[in-house]
Write a protein that binds this ligand. Structure first.
Ligand SMILES: *Cc1c(COP(=O)(O)O)cnc(C)c1O
Length: 407
């Protein structure tokens, strides 16, 4: 059963001051997850987690992750600026972008970030626009050598990264142009909970480290095997054993004799996903061919169910012990039939004003929000270890929405 880390009465007090919908992130949970990930690789020299900023782009979150030793993985200029605002700089930032504009390379280089190139063509583009840094990482796309999954697609159909031969050419070219230190990166799956997937990825990258050393005489110093660790969205889903992942990668690392190679990951979902909650209230209940619970949040606040048919568990707060004997589509008010948080979900009988908690909304949740139908983007709160709520982003107002209009 999925539980919530706050009391209904405390939430009601918060709602009295700040109308729903809004997001809550639990600080203690986020700290625990990042500690677990880093702990699983504590055997690896200078292991680094670069939190994928796009999952939850809020400097308050980046700051608390920084306190736990996490850096930031950025993919755009605003994300670089957010990382900077959170006090990160230098090689605590990794910049992984595709179809990258020059000014983003310039900013990444100025921050001293580890730049991770998506394309062979970008070696010269980066040189021309920002100058080549001393340290350069390249992104590998294994193509049909790997399976991929539904969220990220098959590697050979994915727009990211370079082929094996481009990768080899990239290292050679960068070395000729004076690059001194090298990294290797891949990201082939998202929301993946199979250990083998990640240990196979590690093996694939370790093979390349060996090949690059043997054929080009280049010692890769940093291997980033991406993010993508999945979380149990459904109550019956099993969490991936992160400690076991660390051990499997360790035995590969030792088998390949890679010390002092540094390892990194760039998880987003694993770190913040389970610790974020979208709080919404039932506005209307309607019965036609189906029962509908209309809530005050919409797909514009959380688009994963509408976009990927993703499951998000829903708790009717205070009704946890009632039998889930009614079947609802839980919907928002967008003029868009995908605007559903749940389809044919068994829940206790719902009525207007009921508080619903949408679980596992801490990654790729608020961040993917939008303003369709003039919906205003919701506030974000951090649930502090003392049980109080701290606002870390206010709700948008209609003035915000209209601020860019020119008439
Ligand atoms: C989205 C993304 C991540 C984070 O993915 P999660 O599934 O949230 O762990 C990491 N790296 C890159 C390059 C990404 O695009």
């Amino acid at each position: 059963m999925k539980t919530v880390p706050f009391k209904k009465s405390d939430l009601e007090k918060l709602i009295a001051e700040h109308p729903t919908p809004f997001y809550i992130y639990e600080e203690a949970g986020i700290r625990m997850s990042v500690k677990r990930l880093i702990g699983a690789f504590s055997w690896a020299p200078h292991f680094k987690e670069y939190f994928a900023v796009k999952a939850l782009p809020n400097p308050a979150i980046l700051r608390l992750l920084k306190e736990e030793g996490s850096g930031a993985d950025c993919s755009s200029l605003p994300e670089l600026v957010l990382a900077e605002r959170a006090g990160l700089s230098g090689e605590d930032i990794m910049f992984t972008s595709n179809d990258t504009p020059a000014e983003e390379f310039v900013k990444a280089k100025a921050l001293g970030a580890v730049i991770n190139l998506d394309a062979l063509e970008h070696v010269e583009y980066l040189e021309a626009h920002a100058g080549l840094p001393e340290m350069l990482s390249l992104r590998y796309n294994p193509g049909s050598a790997r399976g991929g999954n539904a969220i990220i697609g098959k590697p050979e159909e994915a727009k990211f990264g370079m082929t094996h031969s481009q990768l080899m050419a990239g290292y050679k070219l960068a070395k000729e142009k004076g690059v001194k230190r090298f990294g290797l990166h891949t990201m082939v799956a998202s929301n993946e909970r199979h250990l083998e997937y990640f240990s196979d990825t590690a093996r694939m990258l370790f093979d390349i480290v060996r090949e690059v050393r043997d054929t080009l005489g280049i010692d890769i110093e940093l291997v980033n095997f991406g993010g993508g660790i999945g979380i149990p969205y459904r109550p019956e889903d099993v969490e991936m054993d992160i400690g076991e992942l660390g051990e499997r990668v360790r035995s590969l690392y030792e088998e390949y004799g890679l010390a002092p190679l540094r390892l990194a990951m760039e998880c987003g979902r694993y770190i913040t996903g389970p610790h974020g909650y979208l709080i919404t209230r039932v506005r209307h209940v309607k019965e036609t061919y189906r029962k509908y619970a209309g809530v005050d949040a919409t797909m514009a606040d959380l688009m994963r169910p509408g976009m990927y048919g993703a499951y998000h568990h829903i708790t009717a707060l205070g009704k946890e012990n009632l039998p889930a004997r009614d079947v609802y589509d839980v919907v928002g008010s967008l003029c868009e039939n995908n605007d559903k948080f749940a389809v044919q979900r068994s829940l206790p009988p719902l009525e207007p004003e009921d508080i619903l908690v949408v679980h596992d909304a801490g990654a790729h949740g608020h961040a993917m929000g939008f303003n369709y139908n003039g919906k205003l983007r919701p506030a974000e709160f951090l649930l502090l270890p003392d049980g109080s709520f701290k606002m870390i982003r206010r709700a948008e107002t209609m003035d915000d929405l209209f601020a860019t209009l020119v008439d």
